[in-house]
Design a protein around this ligand. Sequence first.
Ligand code: SF4
Length: 65
Amino acid sequence: MKVIVNRDNCIGCGACAGICPEVFQIDDEDGLSTVVCDDFSKVDETSLNDAIEGCPTAAIEKVED
Ligand code: SF4
């Protein structure tokens, strides 16, 4: 499983980075969310799911490998 941010939909509100900073950070350059995690086996599922559900534009998606 991995997580992607659809940057066309992201409005840079920062909610995901606030809820689950181990996976999401706001890019200094463009102000949009970026996935900074490459090992999702260690990620807290609850905060990841909260971040996905909390995104106001539904820009975050879980993708099965
Ligand atoms: S919560 Fe959604 S809209 Fe807000 S920064 Fe994260 S991906 Fe972008």
